[in-house]
Design a binder for this molecule. Structure first.
Ligand code: SAH
Length: 234
């Protein structure tokens, strides 16, 4: 029996999510979240992606490389359950799992060949630098299962309402003009999902996250979220 495998990384993710906090809890929750998947030397062959552009969505198998240091846990307290109830790791999508393997369905916006082979992705829940193991087309006819049960992970119905102080809104407009990145839309989509860990919700007043090289600071009161500032890091 094979009990050990050596697996080759086929590419790396370049993503707007440069730290864990604020990275969406699932793919597709933040439609503006953009990333590139740059294929490695061995695998950046045009013929390997021939026909892939015909699919709107793809599966990405990847490694939760930033979870490896912390090891895996047999049970997990999912944020969806308020961080107080435990589920078995196999009943969750937690990064802290044996083999640290992740799986996401993301939108394929295009393929570029200017620097080797790069896939343009949106709707990602992947950190910058994530190592990728495999790519497969998403096949609606077999991968979409009508009437499948959501288990304990049924989506939260209430999204936060997101508003901006004028300086933060101005920063976003200027950034968008300068870079073409719809920063305000991205921030709003991330914050409406309330990325705060349940354990910190009552303890802290101000929260901060980094998107690209921008530090975003916000406060939450009830169902209302106010973005107070955005600033370039470094
Ligand atoms: N859709 C995937 C991932 C779900 S967990 C799956 O089901 O397997 C999503 C969380 O993983 C994100 O909120 C982020 O905190 C974390 N994450 C994303 N990329 C990661 C990486 N490379 N290393 C560690 N954690 C990562």
């Amino acid at each position: 029996m094979i009990d050990r495998l050596s697996i080759e990384v086929i590419g790396y993710i370049k993503s707007c999510f440069t730290e864990k906090f604020g990275t969406p809890r699932q793919a597709g929750l933040v439609p503006s979240a953009k990333a590139r998947l740059r294929l490695c030397e061995h695998f950046k062959r045009r013929e390997m992606v021939r026909g892939l552009e015909e699919f709107s969505h793809i599966w990405i198998h990847f490694v939760f490389h930033q979870a490896m240091e912390g090891g895996w846990k047999s049970t997990v307290r999912p944020p969806r359950l308020g961080g107080s109830r435990r589920k078995g790791v196999w009943a969750t999508r937690s990064p802290h799992r044996p083999n640290f393997m992740g799986l996401s369905v993301v939108k394929l916006d295009g393929i570029e060949f200017d620097h080797g082979v790069e896939l343009l992705l949106t709707g990602v829940d992947l950190l910058d630098g994530t190592p990728v193991l495999d790519i497969k087309p998403y096949l609606p006819s077999s991968d979409r299962i009508e009437g499948a049960s959501e288990g304990w992970a049924a989506p939260e119905l209430e999204a936060l309402e997101v508003a901006y102080l004028p300086e933060a809104a101005d920063f976003c407009s200027a950034y968008e003009t300068e870079t073409g990145v719809p920063l305000r839309q991205l921030i709003s989509e991330v914050l409406r999902e309330d990325p705060r860990p349940p354990s910190q919700r009552e303890k802290k007043e101000m929260f901060g996250m980094r998107l690209y090289n921008i530090n975003v600071r916000w406060q939450v009161s009830g169902n209302y979220c106010l973005v107070r500032s955005c600033a370039k890091v470094g």
